[in-house]
Design a protein around this ligand. Structure first.
Ligand code: DLL
Length: 433
């Protein structure tokens, strides 16, 4: 553990959260007209917050609210106190802009230090960081965290896969940090280039996040590289990576002394009890430049408050299957891309490289999955490929309850992403117009 608070009693944690929540609510109410108006509309004042349960009475904040106040309209500090600005591009509309004071940077570093300590990363470790450096929070978030725990960080950023492998070997990297899809791609290239995973690399642990990864993909990454898989979860609006990290027992602990989580029903907006699935909502209680009240993440998960064998009492969340806006509705059935991936990783002969293509045929949706087969299966020829296609079709029907058209493609033909993978091509709306 990095901080004693990670193992605090529930009473101590809630008392701390309540004190910090009151401070944050007071801060935003007096400094940001948007929040004053929202609080007034909800009929609540900061001084009405008496217990942690009063959080549920506060108004929500959405990505749209951040966009409407682009770029710095929700900041509560003058710009001369802001020392860092990040931004996430998104596919539509204006980017979302986030800012940090010097103190916010300390909070971020602390959360990232806790993340690295999940696998005892410290002095002597060499962290090869392939998260993108730049406006994306992944690169610099992991960078500062690695320095905080005293490890040596290689700020490699994404791309240039062959050079990455060379540096990882020559520098003796013990830790890798990156998106699951890019680190999988690195393994493919390493195989192609004839590296011997055992002799050439010293990696012992990987920190993976920024996108969902199925159980099968996690196992594949852990086995290919011979590493322990640690999950990192976070979002720029809250701080970046460092919102939650998984412990050696596989529980994804939330840094709830800084970010209070809730689960709501996305339709009714009611708070749901622990254990129930719904949309994750966060309230930051220590951030200064951009505190945020009840931010709707769109991530679907559930919370678990049971004590953990690792000694942390921090509440944990289940790995996110996907975002509610990534969820596909195919002829009325809900499908997450990660469920498709889960099937792929169970069936031998395929790779976790896939794209989901949606089309409309008359009134019906048609879902096609393009899947790369592995070299061996490809070499085995047409009979084997037909057999594999039928098997995949049946497995998908079993697990997802929908008829999926399977298209097998040659190894290494689908586009690789340097950061977050693009898994969906939805052509339904375009055709309907
Ligand atoms: O992805 C921050 C990050 C960087 C997290 C590096 C972990 C590692 P954004 O670009 O703002 O921030 O995207 C946030 O990514 O709402 C989730 O939908 C998704 N996401 C992040 N971590 C995970 C994860 C960074 N472990 C959005 N599993 C979030 C599934 C994740 N989805």
């Amino acid at each position: 553990m990095w901080n004693r608070i990670e193992g605090a009693s529930r009473e101590e944690m809630e008392a701390l959260q309540l004190r910090r929540l009151k401070e944050t609510a007071t801060r935003v109410y007096h400094l940001v007209p948007f929040y004053k108006q929202k609080f007034d509309e909800a009929g609540i004042k900061p001084q009405d917050i008496r217990g942690i349960e009063d959080l549920a009475r506060l108004p929500f904040t959405t990505k749209q609210d951040l966009r409407d106040h682009y770029p710095f309209g929700l900041f509560t500090t003058p710009m001369d106190q802001v020392v860092r600005i990040h931004s996430s591009s998104g596919t539509t509309g204006k980017p979302t802009v986030v800012g940090y004071t010097a103190n916010d940077m300390e909070v971020w570093k602390e959360c990232m230090a806790r993340t690295f300590r999940m696998a005892d990363v410290g002095p002597g470790d060499i962290v090869h960081n392939v998260y993108g450096y730049g406006l994306f929070t992944g690169g610099l978030g992991f960078h500062y965290g690695a320095e905080t725990v005293g490890a040596a960080v290689v700020p490699s950023s994404g791309g240039f896969t062959k050079r990455q492998l060379l540096l990882m070997k020559d520098f003796g990297a013990t830790v890798i940090a990156g998106t699951p899809s890019f680190v999988l791609h690195m393994a493919e290239v390493a195989k192609e280039e004839g590296y011997d995973f055992e002799k050439d690399f010293r990696l012992r642990v990987g920190f993976f996040g920024a996108e969902p990864a199925s159980e099968g993909l996690r196992k594949a990454l852990a086995e290919l590289w011979g590493i322990m898989y640690i999950e990192a979860y976070g979002l720029s609006e809250i701080i970046g990576p460092g919102v939650a990290a998984s412990c050696p027992h596989g529980r994804l602990h939330i840094m709830e002394d800084h970010f209070i989580p809730e689960i709501i029903d996305p339709e009714t907006q009611e708070v749901l009890p622990y254990g129930e699935e719904g949309e994750l909502v966060f309230t930051t209680v220590t951030k200064q430049a951009l505190p945020i009240i009840r931010y709707r993440t769109k991530d679907i998960t559930r919370l678990n408050i049971e004590p953990c064998e690792c000694g942390r009492t921090l509440i944990s969340m289940e790995s996110v299957k996907g975002r509610s806006d990534d969820m596909l509705i195919v002829n009325g059935v809900n499908v997450f891309p990660s469920q498709v991936e889960h099937v792929l990783t169970k069936v031998e002969g395929t790779t976790p490289n896939y794209v989901i293509v949606l089309d409309k045929k008359g009134v019906l949706d048609k879902l096609e999955v393009w899947i790369e087969v592995d070299e061996q299966t490809f070499a085995d020829g047409i009979g084997k490929l037909e057999e594999l296609k039928t098997k995949l079709h049946n497995e998908m029907l079993n697990e997802l309850y929908i008829n999926v058209k399977v298209k097998l493609v040659e190894p290494k033909t689908l586009e690789r992403s340097m950061g977050k993978a693009k898994r969906i091509i939805d052509r339904r709306e375009a055709e309907g117009m």
